[in-house]
Ligand binder design. Structure first.
Ligand code: ATP
Ligand code: MG
Length: 596
């Protein structure tokens, strides 16, 4: 099987994939945690399989004895034993399958929980760089593939392994010479399995990575639909997606080819033992070395082997898919989690010292930013587009760690403070508020789990949404968000701001891209935000100078540096860049404010 020429995985950055060894280690650890149920399932299945072996032995006895006369009593007894063994085997097999399924679910639950816990601990920067598509595929498609194998496969594999071992033992015991009939199949199975296994794992991984990329393409195209239309990027996006789909299909074909060869070879290996048992048995019988009964029993055992061996081999394929999925799921564990500290901030002072930051290694977007706002004061940040204002906001809020320099909150590095803790110190407010598909109360209690209804209403009142919510038929219990949204965007935004009131951080960083909103909505929002700002330190990125000029300190950012700072009057007197911006903005009609 030649893999497709165009390789799917040439992304500049994809999340790591766990190695075969690491995947095995983790799987063994998981099974070890479940040692008792594993042993119980195997023991029960052992007894069930042993009971299944009784049939052929009884038949052997019957055949050998009916050749003599007057043995009907013995036959009745034999049939009774056969029947009892069959019932026992059936019941116990059912029981072991059931227990095995429970075991599978447990292992799966563990894997899922571990993944979610880990994903939540990932550094924002990593997710940002890798794109959310890959992570999404791992948490959805990969976990689904895995769940099928673990749920259905794990119990069947345990059962089949036990059965194969017992059947081979029974065959050897019944007619050691006939056990030789199994031998020719072994190289066929081993060779085809080795051939397959060597190729399958990387091929499935590539197939899944190429599918993840198609997934990324499509979800990106959907979420950036407007931009794509605005820049007429449609045909280019379609062409790119087509190309990625083609690569994906090529990998699908490759893996299909692998399966076709492998399954063909294994079918042949099933028939060989059966044919050889009968041939060899006939030969031995002609030389009076073996009874007809023993041949029958051996042939039945050889026939019985087909079932469990087929289960093992066909699951090997699924196991390949699953192990590729598992290594992608476990790969998430190989990313260093965001470091955290238990140190507690000692005061309300936010400070940035000599900040350097780059999105890509080659170019610093921030180049030595110092900012130490007086607690309780209002700092306005102005500057041309692309100067690094939003980047500075992300660093101040601890979302990205600085490449050099420090951002501290009460003396502790901001990016080391666990996010939920940090939000009670400093919060970044942008136009993108997210409300979850849950009740209004649930959305608010995310940041204040112990808040009473009265406290929730107080926060809503503070942003001017209290009355609106009180008038809803179900009040705080109203379900909002994607499922059954009942709120206007304005009210939704107010609720998001009320959530910040409840989080009660001492410092707020506002990155107001008010250009996204119509002027009415912007004014509405400003009124709600005004209450939020009272009594807090505010670092406001202002695109319009009139919101900047009443700040305590105005900071001008240009080219990743703070080039000027002071009060409005000081900066006007200094006649530097701010004064120039101000004149442009104030004076000449028809000239757009340069700071926008
Ligand atoms: N996610 C990103 N990946 C790579 N580069 C980025 C990213 N975000 C911003 N940049 C780059 O970093 C620089 C600073 O961008 P930033 O968004 O901080 O500027 P800004 O001052 O907020 O601009 P604006 O006034 O337009 O909002 C720009 O050159 C921008 O292209
Ligand atoms: Mg910006």
């Amino acid at each position: 099987m030649t893999p497709p020429a165009s390789d799917a995985v040439d992304e500049p950055f994809i999340l790591p994939v766990a190695s075969g060894r690491a995947t095995w280690r983790r799987l063994r650890r998981l099974l070890k945690e479940q040692r008792r149920p594993v042993v119980v399932v195997m023991c029960i299945q052992g007894v069930a399989s042993a009971a299944g072996l009784v049939g052929p032995r009884v038949l052997e006895d019957v055949i050998n004895n009916t050749t003599r006369a007057g043995e009907s009593g013995r036959i009745d007894a034999a049939v009774a034993v056969f029947a009892v063994a069959l019932v026992v085997a059936t019941l116990l097999t059912g029981l072991s399958r059931g227990l095995g399924a429970v075991l599978g679910e447990r292992v799966l639950a563990r894997l899922r929980e571990d993944l979610v816990t880990r994903v939540l601990d990932l550094p924002m920067g990593v997710v940002e760089r890798a794109g959310s598509g890959d992570l999404l595929t791992r948490a959805s498609t990969d976990v689904d593939d895995l769940s099928y194998t673990v749920r259905a496969g794990l119990p069947q594999l345990l059962v089949a392994s036990v059965t194969v071992v017992l059947l081979v033992a029974a065959l050897v015991w019944t007619a050691p010479l006939l056990a030789l009939a199994l031998v020719p199949s072994i190289p066929v199975v081993v060779a085809s399995a080795r051939w397959y296994l060597r190729r399958a794992r990387p091929a499935y991984q590539r197939e899944m990575a190429s599918f993840a990329r198609v997934n990324s393409d499509i979800s990106e195209s959907v979420s950036a639909g407007r931009t794509i239309e605005a820049f007429r990027l449609g045909p280019a996006r379609v062409a790119q997606t087509d190309r990625h789909i083609k690569t994906w299909i090529d990998w699908e074909r490759t893996t299909l080819g692998l399966r076709t060869v492998f399954f063909g070879a294994s079918e042949i290996s099933y028939v060989i033992p059966l044919v050889l048992t009968v041939l060899l048995g006939g030969l031995l019988h002609l030389h009076h070395l073996l009874s007809v009964g023993a041949i029958t029993a051996a042939a039945l055992y050889a026939q019985q082997l087909i079932g469990p061996v087929d289960v093992l081999l066909s699951w090997m394929d699924e196991v390949q898919v699953a192990s590729a999925s598992l290594s992608r799921v476990l790969g998430v564990h190989e990313i260093e989690p965001a470091p955290t500290t238990t140190a507690e901030p000692i005061d309300d002072q936010v400070a940035a010292h000599a900040l350097h930051f780059a999105y890509h290694d080659d170019r610093d977007v921030l180049r030595g930013v110092d900012l130490v706002p007086t607690p309780g004061s209002r700092v306005a940040v102005v500057g041309p587009s692309g100067a690094g204002k939003s980047t500075m906001a992300l660093l101040l809020a601890g979302i990205f760690p600085p490449r050099r320099g420090r951002v501290t909150v009460g003396g502790v590095d901001a990016h080391l403070i666990p996010p939920t803790r940090l939000r009670r110190e400093i919060a970044l407010v942008t136009q993108e508020h997210h409300l979850f598909a849950a009740s209004i109360a649930d959305n608010l209690r995310l940041v204040a789990p112990d808040a009473s209804d009265a406290e929730l209403y107080a926060a809503l009142d503070a942003v001017g949404a209290g009355t609106t919510v009180r008038n809803l038929p179900r009040g705080l219990d109203t379900r909002i968000g994607s499922a059954g949204s009942v709120l206007s965007p304005g009210v939704a935004q107010q609720i998001a701001i009320a959530r910040l009131v409840l989080a009660d951080p001492h410092t707020l960083v506002l990155d107001e891209a008010t250009s996204l909103l119509d002027p009415g909505a912007a004014r509405h929002l400003e009124r709600s935000v005004a209450r939020l700002l009272e009594g807090r330190t505010v670092i406001a990125i202002s695109h319009r100078l009139h919101t900047a000029n009443d700040a305590d300190v105005i900071v001008v950012v240009e080219g990743g540096r703070i080039t000027e700072s002071g009060s409005h009057d000081q900066l006007i007197a200094a006649a530097g860049p701010y004064a120039a911006l101000w004149r442009t903005w104030q004076g000449e009609p028809g000239v757009e404010p340069a700071a926008h």
